[in-house]
Design a protein around this ligand. Structure first.
Ligand SMILES: C[S@@+](CC[C@H](N)C(=O)[O-])C[C@H]1O[C@@H](n2cnc3c(N)ncnc32)[C@H](O)[C@@H]1O
Length: 298
């Protein structure tokens, strides 16, 4: 297997495995089934045309129908193979690359004392942050929050800590059992808050495209901003909703808001959004308010 930002991909797959592996497997099984069907269409084209002639007005119609169905089947097989490959690639290899990118969006790790990873899952981003803290000789630590038993998979803090041990960064990592939507931390605590592929899942129970889900995502984004220190940096890699986050971050008066180019992950668009919480929050022409929340959160 190839290399991903200096790491052997086989090693990364061996440590983290493929979470939600049934999706690429499901797609692959269908791709194989559709491929077999299209090969059968090619082999038995004439008998298929002959049988279709009993149902359709003439041989030309029968040949067209058989050819069209065979082509659509072959095209579906190609699309399904592509989707399976994209899911497999996004789950670990791209995830690792994007984690490196998130880490490199933070200008100075040496002064970071406390970092937070929202919804740390298997710990790909959590461990990327820990490896960076270790590399930069920082005394900092990174905390991940993960529910003890996830509804959609077998993620849990124990499994996450196992990956940190395999990466040799266990002393830099804490994985706390907890709901990453309600942060059990005081205001202005973390120097860095990061998150990968978590926010878009928030509020799913209300219906993915519902206003309630969007409001819940915005509330959780507000939580991330709340626990960030003035001058702290936030970096979020997420699917689909980047424009929504950017708008909310502007409303919260965040600074240096940057959005990466589009990266296709899990067959949809994704972006890295980074921002900095202002060191001081200006309220009026002469007044400086240090607690930014009173003016910005609804
Ligand atoms: C794909 S994993 C995140 C991966 C992780 N950030 C990493 O870098 O490896 C998705 C995360 O979202 C959390 N999650 C899943 N469904 C959720 C929901 N409905 N509400 C809140 N969190 C959810 C999971 O517990 C998990 O931490």
């Amino acid at each position: 297997m190839g290399k991903s930002t200096g790491r052997d991909l086989t090693q990364i797959y061996a440590i983290y495995g493929v979470d939600d592996w049934h999706t690429p497997l499901f797609l692959l099984a269908h791709a194989i089934a559709f491929s077999i069907l299209s090969v059968l269409f090619l082999i038995y084209f004439e008998p298929i045309c002959y049988n279709l002639q009993q149902l359709l007005p003439g041989p030309a119609y029968a040949r067209f129908a058989a050819g069209f169905t065979g082509s659509v089947t072959a095209l579906s097989a190609v699309c399904l193979f592509f989707a399976a490959a994209n899911f497999f690639y996004s789950a670990v290899s791209l995830h690792w690359e994007m984690s490196q990118r998130i880490v490199s969006s933070v200008p100075d790790w040496s002064s970071v004392k406390h970092a937070l990873d929202l919804g740390c899952g298997r710990g790909i981003l959590l461990n990327a942050v820990a490896l960076q803290l270790k590399k930069s000789g920082s005394s900092g630590r990174v905390v991940g929050l993960e529910p003890t038993r996830n509804r959609t998979s077998f993620l849990n803090p124990t499994r996450t800590l196992r990956t940190a041990t395999l990466e040799g960064v266990q002393e830099y990592v804490t994985c706390r059992p907890g709901d990453p939507r309600t942060l059990p931390f005081t205001d202005n605590y973390f120097d860095v808050v990061v998150s990968a592929l978590f926010l878009h899942m928030v509020g799913k129970e209300f219906g993915v495209k519902s206003a309630a889900a969007a409001a819940e995502r915005m509330r959780v984004l507000g939580e991330a901003v709340r626990v960030l220190k003035p001058g702290g940096v936030g970096v979020i890699w997420d699917l689909v909703h980047a424009p929504e986050y950017v708008q909310r971050l502007h409303e919260l008066n965040m600074e240096d808001i940057k959005v990466s180019e589009r990266v296709t992950a899990f067959m949809v668009s994704s972006h890295v959004v980074s921002f900095r919480k202002p060191s001081q929050h200006f309220v009026g022409s002469n007044e400086v308010r240090l607690d930014w929340r009173f003016n910005n959160l609804c």
